[in-house]
Design a protein around this ligand. Structure first.
Ligand SMILES: *Cc1c(COP(=O)(O)O)cnc(C)c1O
Ligand code: SF4
Length: 430
């Protein structure tokens, strides 16, 4: 059945109106309220009505993906936030102050995401642009710094604020266009967020149409990173604006450029609905290609069979599996994180179950400061166990695809936990 309702958003303010709210235990309701006061909570009626199995909420992956769990905070943080909410004397300002304290503890670089790798034009930073790897520039449209629902594991939460006015967007569009015109080494533009597909066709066109103009011949590929196939597929099916969105996609393809829709999908469940199937069909019919990516996250998809089934399903539907990421520390690392060894084992167990068409997916990969570091395997050389690593992307293009090693460490969860093996330094430290 095609989902055909208007969007209803649930936040902490109205969550008790959710028809399935009573499926939550009192403890879950409390956890949601306390953790949701620290991290952003938002879920819409497509997700609640189509993707969550309400009879198994305790273990449901999509419930875990969108509803916060008590254990996402440490006991101290949880109790501190809960006392602030419970205290009769607390003013909204008091509550906010405590929430901010906990946020600081959770994310040591709250603003870092948008400010890192910002390029300069005439000695001024270009707002909303990131240029880290030579051939690809990222655009963060000011109006795309939101999503149709929020993922509990998301590292971008500090970014879901800011100036979302059309005026700012227009100014922003002007500067990035100038930067892109001057940088002929850039072949790919990746429009990201939040979720850029939160924008209507008019706002999205502000970012896409300039890329099709004269002087932009070096821009060959336009990517849009989005979770809308899972969180609001109506965008491409029966929203009032759906035809305009698809028309804009067609325009890119007709201009002779490649449009890559980078779908963020964490679990096969997300692509089981008829609405998602029609959305996929409609996007592909424009000539756009859909590639997929996801981090591996405890409680949501830390299971090889889940990945194998997801990749098989994606290939059958015409999607191309592209990346498996290691989740970076987003704050609740103790809750979502898993060791590099475990991530590798899951990747290997999953990839061994699928045919070559799904083995286009690379990973597990860490998007770290020097670049994208892929864990290729665990091996033994002269009796010493080691991680075999490889740069999928690097600030320094010279070291892309150069293999290197790190000492085996079963507890390592991120690049910073690793030390070089058989060499003094890692290639990016040379
Ligand atoms: C992953 C990423 C890209 C794209 O890299 P590809 O290997 O071309 O997919 C570009 N910029 C940043 C900052 C990235 O993290
Ligand atoms: S859709 Fe993407 S940006 Fe939005 S909350 Fe989820 S992970 Fe974060």
């Amino acid at each position: 059945m095609i989902f055909n309702e208007r969007m209803k958003l649930y936040t902490l303010g109205n969550i008790s109106k959710l028809p399935q709210y009573d499926k939550l235990s009192d403890e879950m309701k409390e956890g949601l309220k306390v953790v949701g006061s620290v991290l952003p909570f938002r879920v819409n009626n497509y997700v609640t009505e189509n993707l969550i199995d309400w009879d198994n909420v305790e273990t449901d992956p999509i419930f875990r993906l969108t509803f916060m769990d008590k254990k996402m905070l440490s006991e101290d943080q949880y109790n501190k936030m809960k006392s602030a909410l419970d205290a009769e004397m607390s003013s909204p300002a008091d509550i906010k102050a405590v929430a901010n304290e906990v946020r600081q503890e959770l994310n040591p670089h709250p603003a870092g995401q948008l400010e890192a790798n910002v390029p300069k034009l005439d000695n001024e930073p270009v707002p909303g642009l990131q240029h880290k790897y030579r051939e690809t520039a990222l655009i963060f449209p000011s109006q795309g710094q939101q999503c149709h629902s929020y993922c509990t594991f998301c590292f971008r939460w500090p970014q879901f604020i800011g100036d979302a006015s059309l005026k700012f967007a227009t100014d922003q569009a002007k500067t990035f266009v100038k930067y892109l015109r001057e940088h002929k080494e850039i072949t790919d533009v990746l429009i990201t967020g939040g979720d850029p597909m939160i924008m209507n066709s008019k706002a999205l066109a502000l970012y896409i149409e300039p890329l099709l103009e004269e002087g932009m011949e070096h821009i060959q590929n336009i990517r849009i990173g989005s979770k809308s196939l899972s969180y609001w597929p109506s965008k491409f099916v029966n929203d009032a604006d759906a035809e305009n969105i698809l028309g804009l996609f067609r325009k890119v393809v007709d201009s002779g450029k490649h449009l890559a829709f980078m779908a963020h999908l964490n679990h096969w469940r997300e692509i089981t609905t008829e609405t998602a199937h029609v959305a996929i069909k409609n996007i592909r019919a424009t000539g756009a290609q859909i590639r997929t990516q996801s981090p591996i996250i405890k409680h949501i998809n830390d299971d090889a069979d889940v990945w194998a089934r997801m990749w098989k399903e994606q290939v059958r539907l015409g999607l191309i599996p592209y990346y498996m990421f290691v989740e970076r520390d987003t704050g609740p690392q103790h809750y979502f994180g898993l060791s590099l060894e475990r991530a590798l084992t899951i990747y290997q167990d999953a990839i061994r179950q699928v045919s070559g068409l799904a083995r286009t997916v690379r990973g597990p990969s860490m998007s770290a400061h020097p670049g994208k570091v892929c864990i290729e395997g665990i091996t033994e050389i002269n009796g010493e166990k080691a991680f075999m690593l490889n740069m999928l992307q690097a600030r320094n293009p010279e070291i892309v695809k150069a293999p290197f090693f790190a000492k085996y460490n079963p507890d390592a969860e991120w690049l910073g936990d690793l030390e070089p093996a058989f060499a003094e330094k890692f290639p990016f430290d040379l």
